[in-house]
Design a protein around this ligand. Structure first.
Ligand code: ADP
Length: 319
C-alpha cells in the first residue's frame, strides 16, 4: 500500500480536523502518499482530490469544522455512483481510504472495501450515536458548548425566577442531553431512551418553586420533541413563567476540546495502522478507554447505548 485517501462525510463535528491531521501525518511517517478528498463521496466521484503534504494539515488541530468540507451525496448508495468513485481512485492510484463520519458514511466505506479498496471508518459526529464506541469525535466539544450555554441561561433564569426548556442536539440519541444535563445541573433531563410524563415534570417544577428555588432548567433532547411543543404541553399543567431556547448549530462548531483532539489523534493513527495491516470494512471505537475495531456490518446491526446511569444519578442530584 502506498497511497491513501482521507475524506469527511455526513454532518461535520469539531475534531474532524485533528483526525485528518493524525491520519495524514501517521501515513506520511510510513512513507505513504496521502490524498485529501473534498466534499465526501460527492468530491470522490467528481475527482476533487489533492495531494497532501505535512504542511497541508498544519495549524488545523485547533479548528472546528473540516478543511476537507463535507457533503451529503445519496447517489453513492447506487452502484453507478460507487463505480464512478472507484474510477477516480484508480486514476489517482489510491489503494485505501479513511472515512470520517457517521454510519451513513460507513455504508459507503463498506461498498468501497467490497470493491477491493480497503476503507476504515472513524466516528465523527457530535451526537455520540454510533455503536461500539463510548465516545465519538466531536461529542465532548458539543457537550462543553451546551454546558457553557446552560450556565449562561441559569444566570438569567435565576434573575427572573423562570423555567427554561433548553433543546439540545443528538438526533435520536440522548447523550448530549444526559452529559450536558448532569454537568449543567439540570433539574430535569428528557431523553428519547426514557419515558416521561409532562404532568409529573410540571408538579416537580411547582414543588421546586414552592421550596424557594429561583430557577428550573429542563434539558430536552431534540429526539423527543421540539422545545416549543414541550412548553405548550407544560403550560397545560400550570401557570409557568417558562421560556424555551433551541441551541441549534452552535453545538456543531468551535475549537475542539483537548479530549476530542486526543481521541481524534489516537483514532486517526490507529486507522492508518490497520490499513497498513491490510484491514478494511471496519470502524474504530474507543471502548473502556481502549482502541477497538469492529466490522462495519456489526455496527449496522448494533445499537448505541447511552450512559443511562446519568439519568438515574440526576434524579437524586436535582433536588
Ligand atoms: P452520516 O455519515 O453522518 O451518518 P449520512 O447518513 O448523511 O451521514 O451519510 C453521509 C454520506 O454517506 C451520504 O451522503 C452518502 O454519500 C453516503 N452514504 C450513506 N448511505 C449510504 C449507503 N447505503 N451506501 C453508500 N453510501 C452511503
Amino acid at each position: 500500500m502506498k497511497k491513501i485517501g482521507i475524506m469527511t462525510s455526513g454532518g461535520d463535528a469539531p475534531g474532524m480536523n485533528a483526525a485528518i491531521r493524525a491520519v495524514a501525518r501517521r501515513a506520511m511517517s510510513y512513507g505513504f502518499e496521502v490524498y485529501g478528498i473534498k466534499y465526501g463521496y460527492a468530491g470522490l466521484v467528481a475527482g476533487d482530490l489533492f495531494k497532501m503534504e505535512r504542511s497541508s494539515v498544519g495549524d488545523i488541530i485547533t479548528r472546528g469544522g473540516t478543511i476537507l468540507y463535507s457533503a451529503r451525496y445519496p447517489e453513492f448508495a447506487n452502484e453507478e455512483g460507487q463505480l464512478k468513485g472507484i474510477e477516480q481512485l484508480k486514476k489517482f492510484g489510491i489503494d485505501a481510504l479513511v472515512v470520517i463520519g457517521g454510519d451513513g458514511s460507513y455504508h459507503g466505506a463498506l461498498r468501497l472495501t467490497e470493491h477491493g479498496y480497503n476503507a476504515v471508518g472513524l466516528p465523527g459526529t457530535i451526537d455520540n450515536d454510533i455503536p461500539y464506541t463510548d465516545f465519538t469525535i466531536g461529542f465532548d466539544t458539543a457537550v462543553n458548548t451546551v454546558v457553557e450555554s446552560i450556565d449562561k441561561i441559569r444566570d438569567t433564569a435565576a434573575s427572573h425566577e423562570r423555567t427554561f426548556v433548553i433543546e439540545v442536539m443528538g438526533r435520536g440519541a440522548g447523550d448530549i442531553a444526559l452529559w450536558a444535563g448532569v454537568a449543567g445541573g439540570a433539574d430535569e433531563i428528557i431523553v428519547p431512551e426514557r419515558p416521561f410524563e409532562i404532568k409529573r415534570i410540571a408538579q416537580n417544577i411547582q414543588s421546586l418553586r414552592a421550596r424557594g428555588k429561583k430557577h428550573t432548567i429542563v434539558v430536552l433532547a431534540e429526539g423527543v420533541m421540539h422545545a416549543q411543543e414541550f412548553m405548550d404541553q407544560l403550560k397545560q399543567y400550570g401557570d409557568f413563567d417558562a421560556r424555551s431556547t433551541v441551541l441549534g448549530h452552535v453545538q456543531r462548531g468551535g475549537s475542539p476540546t483537548a479530549r476530542d483532539r486526543v481521541l481524534a489523534s489516537k483514532m486517526g493513527a490507529y486507522a492508518v495502522d490497520l490499513l497498513k495491516a491490510g484491514k478494511g470494512g471496519i470502524a474504530i471505537g474507543m471502548e473502556k478507554n481502549q482502541l477497538t475495531y469492529h466490522q462495519m456490518t456489526d455496527l449496522f446491526e448494533g445499537r448505541h447505548r447511552p450512559d443511562l446511569d446519568l439519568y438515574e444519578i440526576n434524579k437524586t442530584l436535582a433536588k
